[in-house]
Each structure stands twice: as structure tokens, then as C-alpha cells.
Design a protein around this ligand. Sequence first.
Ligand code: AMP
Ligand code: MG
Length: 273
Amino acid sequence: MSQLSRLRDELQVKPGTKVDLSKIDPGDGHGWQKADAAKATDEQMARLSDLQDRFWAEAKRSVLVVLQGIDAAGKDGTIQKVMEAFNPQGCVVAGFRVPSPEEMAHDYLWRIHKVVPGKGVIGIFNRSHYEDVLVVRVHNFVPRSVWSKRYREINDFERLLTDNGTKIVKFFLDISKDEQRKRIQARYDDPKKRWKFSLGDLAERKLWDDYMAAYEDALSKTSTDYAPWYVIPADHNWMRNLAVSTILAETIDELKPAYPPAADDIPPNLKVE
Ligand code: AMP
Ligand code: MG
């Protein structure tokens, strides 16, 4: 197994196993150093560009990338990085915030299903249906009897998407509590970042342990062979970028996207006049 395939294997949550986040180090470099990781990431980005070009041309299947993580885990930065590899035509990003009244009037998957990527498209979700077993669970927005059924419902929903041609890959950006403290402080201190700071982030940070418990359950109950979770060590941006670009490239490569054949009415040796 190559070093990069091994990285993917090490980060994958094996279906049916129980995740203990206290035993996973968000600062782990998995044998990589910043400089060699940056070089390897560039290679994976080039690979992603080529794969996306084929994927878009083929227009037969979709990829759905789910990004989850606590506040300041690096979801926005990851999207910005990965998008550099892609032709914007053929890639869509959807973000999910507190549901609107119209969204609240429907089941929690309604707003999600509406924006899943179509054929040839790679869709990236900045937060997702998983918020409905994370923030919703931590704050008791619905009773346990309701959220506890959602793991199965989510697995069924992801199965439906899979059976209809969507490859799902899910990243949990794992940062340490101390790294979150630094990043929230930096948001506050930096005038260019302060717009991202909210007092709500401090309130959520107090619920750190509840969030970790909710994440552990989500990762354990919804990592399937068809829609696996990866726990991305995200304290170092260079490690996060390497892991996400590698896993995404390997995942799309396995789909073997191919340029469509030329139309069969095209003659050989044609000269355009
Ligand atoms: P941000 O990612 O900073 O734009 O913040 C989005 C906010 O929306 C976060 O605080 C999420 O927890 C919240 N959010 C997303 N989905 C839901 C949901 N289904 N129910 C309640 N809050 C949500
Ligand atoms: Mg926020």
C-alpha cells in the first residue's frame, strides 16, 4: 500500500466500530512534515483537477462531499483549498444554517435532498443533515426519541443517493479544544476575521464535551461501506489539506471517470475549413 493509500486507510472510520475521539490526536501528522505534505498536496490537487475534468465530461454520476466540524474547525478553509482544483462549472457548494421557517415546516432531509449534486457534479456540503444529530441533539431541539431514529434514516437516505449514482464521502475536521480557543481568539483579534466571530461560538464552546459525544455517535453509527466517514487531523492546515485532497482524489479515481467517446457519425481525418 502506498503512503497515501495508507493515510486514507488510517483515517477511515471502519463501519461498525465505535469512535473514541479522546484517543485520536488532532495534531497527528501521520509521519508527514509540513514541507513534504505541501508538495504531496500539490500533486493531489493536480490529480483532482484531471479527475474532475473527466467526471464533468462523463456526466453520469455525482460526488457528494460532506464537511462537518466544530466552529473554527476549518470548513471554509477546506472548501477554499479544494475548490482551487476544480473548474467551478461542475462543482457546487451548499451551506446549511439554522433552518428557515419553510425548512422547519418540512422534514430535516427536505432541504438537503433539494441541493444534492446532479450528474457530473461534485457537491460540497458546508455542514449538512448531520447538524440534525449534532446541534439539534446537544440543544434538545427535538426529543431523544426523535433524533435517535435519525442515524438509521440518514443511512437509508445515503443508501438511496448511492443507489442512484452519488458517491458520498464524509470528512469530520477534528481540532483540539485548545486549537479552537486559539482560532476563536484570532477571529476576535483580527479585523479581517472578526465578522466571523460570534458570542454564540463561545456558548457552543462551553458545550464541547456534549458535541464530542454527539460526533462520536454520528461517526460510529453512520460510517458505512458506501458512505464512509474520515476523521481528519485538522490542527495543522497542511495535514488537513493533504488528507482531504488525497482521500477525495482516491475516491474519485476509484470511480474511473472517463471522457465520453466521440459521436459515431464523425469521420476520421476531418479538416475543419
Ligand atoms: P456557520 O457555519 O458559522 O455559518 O453557522 C451556521 C449555524 O447554523 C451553526 O451554528 C449551526 O449549528 C447552525 N445550524 C445548522 N444546521 C442546523 C439545524 N438543522 N438546526 C439548528 N441549527 C443549525
Ligand atoms: Mg460559525
